[in-house]
Design a protein around this ligand. Structure first.
Ligand SMILES: Cc1ncc(COP(=O)(O)O)c(C=O)c1O
Length: 380
């Protein structure tokens, strides 16, 4: 039996999402930019999707810009904030997703400086330090901090960060890829200017997402070409993907409370079973109080055997990840674990991420496999 515990990397496509996409493939032939009836019909569909998504997220339809993925939305924000808004300073953290972290590093240089806000061992941002950084310079600043960490699940107090950014007149971007569809979201109330979403984290298709762009902000397109998305994102809209994205958001919010309760129960059960089996030889990562319920991150003692744990579990048909899935399959360790622990090399991290399709029986099977495979440290 194959067991999938890697839904923070990507989720299984929902049947109803698939059906909506197949119907779209059958019914729509027009290019949304064409002025004839086929084009107008396709354009209408894109605009209906935009309206529906905005209504779920405390946004106005014009604030939703369809993109090809979460990475593109993050990239566009950071690049355009520098090019179009005159940002010369970025405040971020060392534990952001690579879509932000690498972009920020690549774009930093003579004109743009980066400051990293301190995070504690739970991955919680030090808000006093953030305020200190914000108040220490009057350069035009972009703060980019993710809503929920995709590896350890720690959640950012969005409103507090939004308020600080407002006080110090900084732009606020948040990567909300792991939270849209998993939590009630109101971008306006959170005080973000930019936020990123990706359909494939919520049982939608890979290769489509959106950028939330607050109406007060004027940017240019990062891509050069046609005037699609009101000039903000050149390229023919991915109508089939947008249809799938919209359906996945609609379904996620329809059953959010039920799915959340079920997934939380699975997470708690997995945690109890791990503690019962491995006791104080393991360490759970991330916040104990404010966390993403779909993710449980745990460290085993690092040794030659446990370094191969994920591979050995995979051989038994159990899919988990060490950190994020975004190093193109390369196992480079976890920059998040490195960013929060001084002695990161003592740990072999494992991210167990759940969806509504997992079961307690799968957890029992995984625990049995771990019992067989994990090598514990000698205790005296
Ligand atoms: C927090 C976070 N940001 C961004 C991304 C990238 O999203 P996409 O795969 O749509 O580019 C991911 C996906 O792994 C993620 O978890």
């Amino acid at each position: 039996m194959a067991i999938y515990f890697d839904s923070a990397a990507t989720t299984q496509l929902d049947e109803q999402v698939m059906e909506a996409m197949v119907n779209c493939m059958k019914e729509e032939v027009g290019n949304p930019s064409s002025t004839h009836s086929f084009g107008r019909k396709a354009k209408n569909k894109v605009e209906n999707c935009r309206r529906e998504i905005a209504a779920h997220l405390g946004a106005q339809p014009s604030e939703i810009i369809f993109t090809s993925c979460g990475t593109e939305s993050d990239n566009m924000t950071i690049k355009c904030a520098i090019d179009d808004l005159g940002v010369t300073r970025i405040i971020s953290s060392e534990i952001e997703h690579k879509a932000v972290l690498t972009t920020v590093k690549v774009l930093a240089g003579d004109k743009v400086t980066i400051d990293y806000v301190k995070v504690n061992e739970a991955g919680e941002v030090d808000l006093d330090h953030l305020e200190e950084l914000l108040s220490s310079s009057d350069k035009k600043t972009l703060v980019t901090l993710m809503h929920a960490n995709n590896e350890i699940g720690t959640i950012l107090p969005m409103k507090k960060v939004g308020d600080l950014c407002k006080t110090y007149k900084a732009y606020f971007h948040s990567d909300t890829v792991q939270t849209v569809g998993h939590f009630p979201i109101n971008f306006e109330e959170m005080g973000v200017h930019f936020a990123a979403c990706s359909a494939h984290k919520i049982h939608g298709p890979q290769g489509v997402g959106f950028l939330y762009l607050n109406k007060k902000i004027a940017l240019n397109s990062m891509l050069i070409g046609g005037g699609q998305e009101r000039g903000l994102r050149a390229g023919t809209e991915n109508l089939i993907g947008i249809t799938g994205l919209t359906k996945s958001i609609e379904l996620a919010y329809k059953t959010l409370d039920k799915d959340k309760a079920y997934i939380l129960e699975l997470r708690n059960y997995m945690k109890e079973q791990l503690i019962a089996q491995f006791g104080d030889q393991i360490r759970f990562n991330g916040s104990e109080t404010d966390y993403l319920y779909t993710v449980l991150s745990v460290c085993f003692p690092n040794n030659e055997n446990n370094g191969l744990l994920l591979f050995k579990l995979d051989m038994k048909g159990i899919a988990l990840s060490g950190g994020s899935a975004c190093n193109s399959g390369a196992n480079l360790g976890s920059h998040v674990i490195n960013g929060i622990y001084e002695n990161a090399s003592d740990y072999a991290p494992m991210r167990i991420s759940f969806s509504k399709h997992n079961t307690k029986e799968e957890i029992d099977t995984c625990i049995e496999a771990l019992k067989e495979l994990v090598e514990l440290n000698e205790t005296t």
